[in-house]
Design a protein around this ligand. Structure first.
Ligand SMILES: Cc1cc2nc3c(=O)[nH]c(=O)nc-3n(C[C@H](O)[C@H](O)[C@H](O)COP(=O)(O)OP(=O)(O)OC[C@H]3O[C@@H](n4cnc5c(N)ncnc54)[C@H](O)[C@@H]3O)c2cc1C
Ligand SMILES: NC(=O)c1ccc[n+]([C@@H]2O[C@H](COP(=O)([O-])OP(=O)(O)OC[C@H]3O[C@@H](n4cnc5c(N)ncnc54)[C@H](O)[C@@H]3O)[C@@H](O)[C@H]2O)c1
Length: 514
């Protein structure tokens, strides 16, 4: 770790686990290597997109330099997927204890969440998965790892704090950070973002969370289950406004039972400093005015691309407030420079960054013509139940002028979900009308993220609903719901006329002498 300022934000508290993490992904005494005379690839940013690009290209024999200004692993490892999912696991354990009575199990009074221990576990596990992204591993893979701020000098040179790296091709993989919205008073109050949230050591008693997207929903539910009184402010109606409304309302109902107070259609939010570090939140929600005092505020209203200081103008790389402009081959407006991951994509997920990196390797180094539009990208918000999606939403399909038909199976029709006491959920698959071709699907289930992979596979390899119906799934599993949706499709093809014909044939069989 080179910059003590940054260490204090992300790596606090400076305990054994965080020291181990820093030693792996931001070693204090790292000595940058002597640059090669020219690199096949200089990769800026060592989040998922940069790591996969660098490691993959080096594995194929390219001479690669990877530049990171903070911690290897980027958001996902340090302040994103990894710490958030560790907290969600703890919150599910808390909910299991709370709900044990529903299964006839008596938990003696006094069970409680030990928040400092929850956070300590998260830090320990985060450090335990860090070796995969470590400076040492990358070096062993043949990548030259440079810590420092990268900026373009010209179309064949990147500067890293005074050291010049010459390249044949470069990749911008600088990711994104929490956007700071124009909320009156935000600049006058202390607030958390995903960069500081995971350094908490004390559970906020009252927690204001702004934005009911994936971050806001996952963290609202987790902190409510830990015992915070959570006020979730969302500008639109409901939660996860991009998702299928039937699906997000199921998740919302469970979050409400967890005690999350949703202030949706939230207008005119104003923040003010309160007593002893607290914050006053005032807003209009559904015709009423709400004024609450909270101990902490988390802002999670989307991401802003990391473009500052790269000197993109010097190399003719166009960018907008949404990020670097790329074509379908992930090439920027400078043909020698590519981009991958959150900095250039509306699909801001680790697995999307990973697959964009694979495209960049092919296209930048090997004259490939792989296209980002060819990717089928599923996603999942890891609330409990999870909500996962792949392909088009019904509104997108209709916007393309496609007629679609929906097949929906409530989880209450799936034995395993019922037996687990987890029947709140659904599987909904949209097909092009008159065919079994899947154009999109949404799942709400305890393990929706695992289940959506099957639909992603089906879409990628053009397996239709008939194909799903013919694949045997073990009984009883929640995954069986996918086969059952296939059955729904098959039954829909049994027209009254066809049924009449079958009935006649069977009647004829009955009357036949053997
Ligand atoms: C709280 C949270 C939870 C998430 N959960 C999930 C999840 O469950 N599943 C999922 O798929 N996605 C999740 N995401 C999204 C996921 O983390 C991102 O999509 C992913 O990290 C993007 O990777 P990236 O490589 O594009 O960018 P990043 O991970 O942001 O990496 C970019 C790197 O570039 C470095 N950098 C920037 N500028 C420079 C410069 N000038 N010089 C040198 N280095 C620079 C940065 O320091 C950073 O390390 C989550 C995100 C958050 C915030
Ligand atoms: N499980 C996952 O895969 C996962 C988890 C967390 C984050 N992520 C990634 O990180 C990205 C960022 O997540 P996010 O939740 O910050 O952003 P988001 O853009 O997905 O959601 C932000 C929410 O905030 C609302 N909002 C915007 N301005 C507001 C305001 N002033 N007041 C109240 N509400 C406001 C929006 O309507 C929206 O619902 C996601 O889009 C996703 O790509 C993924």
């Amino acid at each position: 770790m080179r910059d003590p300022e940054e260490r204090s934000a992300v790596l606090e508290p400076w305990d054994e686990a965080n020291r181990e993490l820093a030693a792996l992904v931001g070693p204090a005494h790292w000595k940058n290597p002597k640059p090669a005379s020219r690199y096949n690839l200089v990769v800026i940013g060592a989040g998922t997109a940069g790591l996969v690009t660098a490691a993959g290209a080096a594995g194929l024999g390219a001479k690669v330099a990877l530049v990171e200004r903070h911690l290897l692993g980027g958001d996902c490892l340090n302040v994103g997927c990894v710490p958030s999912k560790a907290l969600l696991a703890a919150s599910r354990a808390a909910a299991a204890v709370r709900d044990a009575h529903r299964f006839g199990i008596h938990v003696p009074e006094g069970a409680r969440v030990d928040f400092p221990r929850v956070m300590e576990r998260m830090r320990r596990l985060r450090a335990s998965v860090a070796p995969n992204d470590s400076a040492r591993r990358l070096t062993e893979l043949g990548v030259d790892v440079f810590f420092g701020n990268a900026r373009f000098v010209d179309s064949e040179t990147v500067d890293v704090d005074g050291t010049r790296l010459r390249f044949q091709k470069a990749v911008i993989a600088t990711g994104a950070r929490a956007a700071a919205p124009a909320i009156p008073g935000l600049d006058r109050v202390p607030y958390l973002t995903n960069e500081t949230l995971f350094s908490l050591t004390e559970l906020p008693r009252r927690f204001g969370i702004v934005g009911a997207g994936p971050i806001g929903c996952e963290m609202s539910q987790a902190f409510a289950r830990f015992g915070s009184k959570v006020f979730l402010v969302e500008a639109m109606h409901g939660i996860l406004p991009r998702e299928d409304p039937d699906a997000s309302s199921i998740v919302w109902k469970v979050m409400e039972e967890d005690g999350v107070e949703l202030l949706c259609c939230g207008r005119d939010l104003v923040l003010e400093p309160g007593e002893s570090g607290s914050v006053l939140m005032e807003l209009h929600s559904h015709g009423g005015t709400t004024r609450v005092q909270v101990d902490r505020v988390l802002v999670a209203v989307g991401r802003a691309p990391n473009l500052e200081g790269l000197d993109l103008d010097r190399v003719g790389v166009a960018a907008t407030p949404k990020g670097v402009v790329v074509d379908d081959h992930l090439r920027t407006t400078n043909p020698r420079i590519y981009a991958a991951g959150d900095v250039c994509s509306p699909y801001q997920f680790t697995h999307a960054a990973d697959f964009m990196a694979r495209i960049v390797i092919q296209n930048a180094l090997f004259w490939g013509r792989a296209k980002a539009s060819g990717l089928t990208i599923p996603w999942c918000t890891y609330t409990d139940p999870e909500i996962a999606h792949v392909g088009l939403y019904e509104r997108d399909a209709r916007a393309r002028g496609w007629e679609v038909q929906a097949f929906t199976l409530p989880l209450s029709h799936v034995d395993r979900a019922v037996l687990e006491g987890r029947a709140e959920g659904l599987v909904r698959v949209h097909v092009r009308k008159g065919t079994d071709r899947i154009v999109g699907a949404t799942i709400v289930a305890p393990n929706a993220g695992d289940m959506i992979g099957e639909l992603s596979l089906a879409m990628t390899h053009r397996i239709g609903l008939k194909g799903l119906a013919s694949a045997i799934h073990p009984y009883p599993t929640v995954g069986e719901a996918l086969r059952k949706v296939g059955d729904l499709y098959n039954r829909s093809r049994l027209t009254p006329r066809m049924k009449k014909i079958l009935t006649r044939i069977l009647a004829w069989h009955r009357g036949k002498r053997i």
